[in-house]
Ligand binder design. Structure first.
Ligand code: ADP
Ligand code: MG
Length: 345
């Protein structure tokens, strides 16, 4: 008995360090009339309990379809790879279980709350429905909805609970979406460009709120954005995506200090300077991202990369940590670039 009790202990120890969300080599393809669309070509993403992770990349790099794939909300696409959430394989759980996971265990916030909210139902009804579906009685669901609306900073929530989505400003509507995403007490929230439609001041307020809520609830957040500045202020770790692929993954600190991938460095060089001066060439990466229906051979970034070798045109680089590096990237030249970070000046 005692040996039986003792032997599983280290396993439990390891389990507690297992990520809450573990996405490995995720691929997604659509069969369109004009041919095969390779929207995701190897996404790796791990998120630990309570961790805030950013996904960055230019428009079209597959950030949104990554979130939709995790929630299994992609229609007509073929998903492969691995998506594990709290020990469950999200690619194989029955749809009934997936419906429970959405909202209850994984909340989500999208860029456009108007398309996510029903225009002809009050916000209070829509938020409390999440609880009602779970058997919470009407009065209790309304009380908890009211608490949540207050918590997300809706002023005069007692009156506004019966208002309709169009009666709220953009920033307030996004707060309503946050309330809806959190009312089921999920452990993870996927936030896809949650502040992109808002002006800068409101953007900061909404991100602060999300940050505070994540902190007080030990909530893990995946924040998807095309804006490195937002990632810098919010995330502890970052995954850089390009052409449906994870190109580099590191701590936010390393992103600005020790990133390796030429694509990441190009994105960083495109940032306006701290003194507010816009660099002469805002976009230092020439060209544009490839179409997912006509991906180049080898590394998808090679046509825009000034460090490309023949190998880069021929072989897809694996997503690995170079022997002398501190974090993984998908670049044949990672070892050289990790050695001499100044090489790309
Ligand atoms: P991002 O959020 O990074 O801007 P998306 O995830 O929206 O990028 O899209 C990635 C690529 O997948 C885009 O080229 C897009 O056109 C393609 N895509 C997304 N959904 C579909 C679909 N249902 N059918 C075909 N292609 C799609
Ligand atoms: Mg998107």
């Amino acid at each position: 008995m005692s040996t039986v009790m003792r032997s599983p202990a280290p396993v439990r120890g390891q389990e507690s360090e297992e990520p809450l969300l573990d996405v490995q080599d995720l691929t997604l393809q659509f069969h369109a009339r004009h041919g095969l669309v390779r929207a995701l070509n190897g996404v790796n993403l791990t998120v630990r309990a309570g961790e805030r992770v950013g996904i960055v990349g230019e428009s079209g790099s597959g950030k949104s379809v990554t979130a939709l794939s995790i929630l299994r909300l992609v229609r007509a696409g073929r998903i492969a790879g691995e998506i594990r959430f709290a020990g469950e394989n999200l690619l194989t759980v029955p749809e009934a279980r997936m419906r429970q996971i959405r909202g209850k265990e994984i909340g989500y916030i999208f860029q456009d709350p108007l398309s996510a909210l029903n225009p002809v139902r009050s916000v209070g009804d829509q938020i409390s429905e999440v609880l009602r579906l779970r058997g919470v009685r009407k009065a209790e669901a309304r009380r908890r909805t009211l608490d949540m609306l207050q918590r997300v900073g809706i002023k005069d929530a007692g009156r506004r609970i019966d208002d309709y989505p169009h009666q709220f400003s953009g920033g307030m509507r996004q707060r309503v979406m946050i309330a809806m995403a959190l009312i089921g007490e999920p452990r993870l929230v996927l936030a896809d460009e949650p502040t992109t439609a808002l002006d800068v001041r409101v953007q900061a307020q909404v991100l602060d709120l999300l940050w505070d809520l994540a902190d007080e609830r030990d909530l893990a957040v995946v924040l998807i954005t095309h804006d490195l500045g937002i990632v810098a202020g919010f995330a502890e770790r970052v995954v850089v995506m390009y052409a449906g692929k994870a190109m580099e993954e590191c701590s936010t600190d390393e992103l600005f200090r020790a990133s390796i991938h030429p694509y990441t460095l190009g994105l960083l060089h495109s940032l306006p300077r701290v003194d507010g001066e816009v660099p002469e060439k805002l976009m230092t990466i020439g060209g544009s991202p490839p179409s997912p229906s006509a991906l180049p051979s080898g590394c998808p970034f090679h046509p825009r990369c000034r460090y490309a070798l023949d190998r880069c045109r021929e072989q897809v680089p694996a997503f690995v940590t170079p022997p002398n590096g501190s974090h993984p990237s998908a670049c044949h030249r990672a070892e050289v670039l990790a050695q001499s970070p100044g090489v790309l000046q």
